[in-house]
Design a protein around this ligand. Structure first.
Ligand code: 6PG
Length: 245
């Protein structure tokens, strides 16, 4: 299942995404007693996290049954302004009754390769080691260059088919990043891209309507094997789409 939903503006996108997360959480908890979500970083998801931390969603979600992971992380300590964990902690995690044991951050302060190994072990412990981890929901952002998570154009991680988590050298940023790999992302039950702003319009058109160029536009690699793919975008980001849904 794949759908593109265009919202009139960023507030409408935020409201709908928070509601979407709450509904998936309720369904997963009802069915299996827990909800596993992988958060994206960057700036777009912050207001969604803040919305989840506010009433009525704060009281509606059974936080003690929610398990929070990350799709990627910067190679910085948790208190660094660039930390994806730190952003989620400030916007959401410290405002809801989520047990600390249910928060599984990527340890950006470690040696990148060690941090990737450490996180893969965390995933194996939570999801089991037979078969790929299957997140109930992975929230994905998309950069103006078409990257998602820390799968940047032309980088080695794009081709990783065995490891679940890798340290990815990103020359354009002159840094290492930690990221889930494509097979793990594509194993999720639900993948929801959250894309807002005019600066994303060219990449969104290229990813959704352009020729297949999965190295140049890594978000094209995200195709759930057995799950739902949703693109939640605002009008500004959708401005160049030919086939407006
Ligand atoms: C990160 C993210 C990354 C992000 C995109 C979009 O660590 O930066 O996980 O993949 O989702 O770069 O970022 P914005 O939401 O800030 O545009």
């Amino acid at each position: 299942m794949s759908e593109i939903v265009v919202f009139p503006d960023q507030p409408a996108l935020v409201e709908a995404t928070a509601e979407h997360i709450a509904r998936l959480a309720e369904a997963a908890i009802m069915a299996r007693g827990r909800f596993s979500i992988g958060l994206s970083g960057g700036s777009t998801p912050r207001p969604v996290f803040q919305r989840l931390a506010a009433e009525p969603l704060r009281s509606r979600i059974a936080w003690q049954r929610v398990h929070v992971f990350w799709g990627d992380e910067r190679t910085v300590p948790p208190d660094d302004p660039d930390s994806n964990y730190g952003m989620a902690r400030d916007a959401l995690l410290e405002h809801v009754p989520l047990p600390a044991a249910n928060i599984y951050r990527m340890k950006g302060e470690l040696d990148p390769a060690a941090a990737a190994e450490d996180y893969a072990a965390v995933l194996r412990t939570f999801f089991g080691a037979d078969g790929l981890p299957r997140f109930d929901l992975l929230l994905q952002g998309m950069g103006a260059d078409g990257h998602t998570a820390s799968l940047f154009p032309g980088t080695a991680a794009l081709h990783e088919q065995r490891a679940w988590v890798v340290a990815n050298r990103v020359p354009k940023l002159d840094t290492w990043r930690l990221t889930l790999t494509v097979p793990v992302i594509n194993a999720a039950a639900n993948i929801t891209f959250l894309v807002a702003g005019a600066d994303k319009a060219p990449a969104l058109r290229a990813v959704l309507e352009g020729d297949p160029q999965p190295d140049a536009y890594p978000s094209q690699r995200i195709q759930p094997v057995d799950g739902a793919l949703r693109w939640y975008v605002d009008t500004a980001a959708a401005a160049q789409l030919e086939r407006r849904p």
